[in-house]
Design a protein around this ligand. Structure first.
Ligand code: ATP
Length: 237
């Protein structure tokens, strides 16, 4: 079977135990595209990302996920990671007791090496300044940068960012936006789940809006920004 798009999600259904959460989600992404996955609290966005990253929980009960013609739906999370899928979760999972540099090195030893540490420091000068600092003592924005940098230290093709801007000051949001733009420019496909819909949309090509586990709208980022009804009903902007 040949697959046209780079990353293809086809009618996925996912459960937490008996709770039916993701109820038939489908979309396609080209290489290097950035997608905003938006919707109200509890719509199923995080659950969708976790399903796509092939984490054990939720359970994918039907549907298909394809990366560059390879099936992901029959893979475990570590295999998905080896294939180039990385999820940066909302809590960022910074490893305590380790410095910035140790966090980056640890990420490299657990998979195919992506960016070299020195290249990461070129893109993230703040992390270079803090390479010997214990990671949990950094600011929220710096920790988010480290979480993204750790993903780049692996050989990734698709990056999922869950609420990357949460709790960050606008100036730091802009800094992280700049980094996501650079990630896009080197051809990494990105999905952003974000409550700050305006910030997510301004660096996205397309947007999907979810409600109660289903897609209620799909369009370009500009179409969503121009649609007052959608903005009011689902995005509170
Ligand atoms: P938010 O922005 O609030 O995180 P979301 O769109 O990401 O919203 P999800 O976190 O995917 O929504 O949650 C979707 C539904 O799944 C919610 O009803 C939530 O209570 C439920 N849910 C989430 N995690 C679990 C879990 N581990 N076990 C059972 N139900 C869960």
């Amino acid at each position: 079977e040949t697959q046209d798009s780079f990353f293809s999600v086809r009618d996925i259904h996912a459960y937490y135990g008996e709770s039916y959460i993701v109820q038939g989600v489908s979309f396609d992404l080209n290489k290097g595209e950035v997608l905003s996955l938006l919707g109200r609290n509890g719509a199923g966005k995080t659950t969708t990302l976790r399903t796509l990253a092939r984490l054990d929980n939720p359970q994918l009960r039907s549907g298909e996920i394809w990366l560059n013609g390879e099936p992901l739906h029959n893979k475990k999370s570590h295999q998905a990671a080896q294939m180039g899928i990385q999820l940066v979760p909302e809590d960022r999972r910074i490893i305590g007791g380790l410095t910035v540099e140790e966090n980056l090195v640890l990420s490299q030893v657990s998979g195919e090496i992506g960016w070299e540490i020195e290249k990461i420091y070129e893109y993230f000068p703040r992390l270079a300044e803090r390479r010997k600092q214990e990671a949990p003592t950094m600011s929220g924005g710096e920790q988010q940068m480290l979480a993204v940098a750790r993903a780049l230290a692996r050989d990734i093709k698709v990056l999922f960012l869950d609420e990357p801007y949460e709790g960050l000051a606008p100036v730091i949001v802009q800094e992280i936006e700049g980094i996501v733009r650079q990630i896009r420019d080197i051809g990494i496909t990105t999905i952003i789940v974000e409550q700050n819909a305006v910030a997510a949309l301004r660096l996205s090509d397309r947007a999907v809006i979810m409600d109660t586990g289903q897609i209620v709208y799909e369009g370009t980022a500009q179409e969503v920004l121009d649609n007052e009804q959608l903005r009011h009903e689902y995005l509170a902007i």
